[in-house]
Design a protein. Structure first.
Lengths: 110, 141
């Protein structure tokens, strides 16, 4: 999986290309921790080119949600493929995590 | 009509989740099933496997968890067999409604996730084994 990150107006934006599974989740978890270590509190994850997410991936997202909430930061997910969004909905994540259609929506939300 | 079946077994360690993903991936792509289907089947099996590994055993011994995946008549059948303590996830994993969703850990996403994805779930205790059989009807490709 490729993780592209950039900082824009105080918001850390991650773009995940490929699969977020038990092999690739640790790297993403580390990148989030590094960003938080640099003081980042507001993060967007762009799922446009994410093909697949497993429970390991959901776990990393859940952890990031809790960590950012504790720092009073904001966490927004965007641009998910339909079935990926369904996985988040079935898992109930959409009840406590904003999931929006586009990056523009995400930037507005944050 | 496509008929396919695979069987494999994993040790009772969370690190085996990687091999679980590989086996499910092979099975689903071999049948040309959608990524959505792969995602859902994998989540269900990961959830159940995590619970077996985390709660199924009182000893430190190595145990095997047996998996069988089959596809016939547009239905996917998953079968998980373990020799852990009697454990019926259908009854045991009811969501804790007093606990906010975000407080639940993975492997605590709960039976509601599995019930939403699968159409049929049957638990049997046979001798010293837990046998869980799950079915999902897929639309024809």
């Amino acid at each position: 999986m490729e993780i592209i990150e950039k900082e824009q107006d105080g918001v850390w934006i991650f773009k995940l290309n490929g699969r977020l599974d038990s092999k690739t989740s640790p790297e993403f978890e580390q990148k989030i921790a590094d960003a938080m270590g640099k003081g980042s509190k507001n993060m967007i994850v762009n799922f446009e080119d994410l093909d697949y997410i497993s429970s390991a991936g959901l776990r990393v997202i859940l952890k990031a949600t809790k960590d950012l909430k504790r720092s009073e930061g904001k966490f927004v997910l965007c641009s998910m493929k339909d079935y990926v969004k369904e996985v988040f909905e079935i898992s109930g994540f959409d009840s406590f995590l904003p999931i929006v259609p586009t990056m523009a929506d995400a930037l507005q939300k944050i | 009509m496509v008929v396919a079946a695979i069987q494999f077994r994993l040790r009772n360690q969370l690190s085996e989740i990687r091999r679980l993903e590989e086996n499910v991936d092979g099975f689903c792509s071999g049948l040309g099933l959608t990524k959505k289907c792969f995602c859902e089947i994998n989540l269900v099996l990961e959830e159940l496997f995590t619970n077996i590994v985390s709660y199924g055993y009182r000893d430190d011994a190595e145990h095997w968890v047996q998996f069988a995946l089959a596809y016939e008549d547009e239905t996917i059948t998953l079968r998980i067999e373990d020799d852990g303590m009697p454990f019926n996830p259908v009854e045991a994993l009811e969501p804790d409604v007093s606990c906010a969703l975000e407080e639940r850990r993975i492997g605590g996403l709960g039976i509601h996730l599995i019930k939403k994805i699968m159409d049929d779930i049957i638990y049997r205790r046979c001798g010293d084994k837990n046998i869980l059989t799950l079915k999902k009807v897929l639309p024809a490709n």
